[in-house]
Ligand binder design. Sequence first.
Ligand SMILES: [Zn+2]
Length: 293
Amino acid sequence: MKMNALSRWLIVSIPLILLPVILWFVLPQPRAAVYGLYRDRGRSSVLTSLKGYEKLSGKYVDVYFMEKDKTVAGWVLETTESVYQPVTQQVGYTPTDRVPVIIYPDRDELRQAFGWGNGESAMGVYWSGTVRLLSPNVWISEKRDRDKRSVFDKLNPIAHELTHYMLDYRTNGNYPRWFTEGLAQRVEYALTGYLWIESDSSLDQDLYSLDDLSGQFDNLTNQPLAYRQSFLLVDYIAQTYGEDAMTGLVNHLSDGVKFEAAVSRMTGRSMPDIYENWLDWVDKHRTDLEAAG
Ligand SMILES: [Zn+2]
């Protein structure tokens, strides 16, 4: 019996260990292939682990939800389907698979699924090939469906999370965290008019350096500021070098070109230079930018 268990383990494990190694040597973009492999394994394991969830399918997406969230699941499906095409246009990528959107009934379920600590809370997250949302029934206090729906329409993070999804599949993870957060907010702002600005994200304080944003985004204590800087930096690149430069940048990322090299190919400047110019631009426009909040 012992040998059988060992042989079974070897039969299952060896291909899992060897496949990434084989892909690494055989494929033109090995890092991307291995990244995609692990992402898709994560995605199917999370979908198969959903117990007691129902599924609502549209043209492009599948929404997974618990019975008590049936009404909001309809809203999520409708909204996701309606922003799907505009987001694909913004990111320049049309998924080959249906997009799985999971509605978790409470914060604990979302945290467990995502591995967050107790302090964290959010309305949504893109993770491992899936869009994961906290049930709007948790974050909207309005009781009547009509009122609840209007808050949902204004504040839902679907366009934002869908942008993360598209960029991740388009480039197989080839981007710094601040760039995907900046792009997601820019697409969200263009499509819904929502921008996350609060007193903590005021530009009238010490700003994070490019190294801070690039190297330790999730550990930065002032997350509203990190998100605001990301949005403004991406928006600055698009406004200064043009939408075509932004499209070209994403194209290069999708071809496996490293972020810094992709930026200098499309703008003729290095990312640290652009960041310095951006700081000057923020200084010059601080009053207008603060008023926008
Ligand atoms: Zn985000």
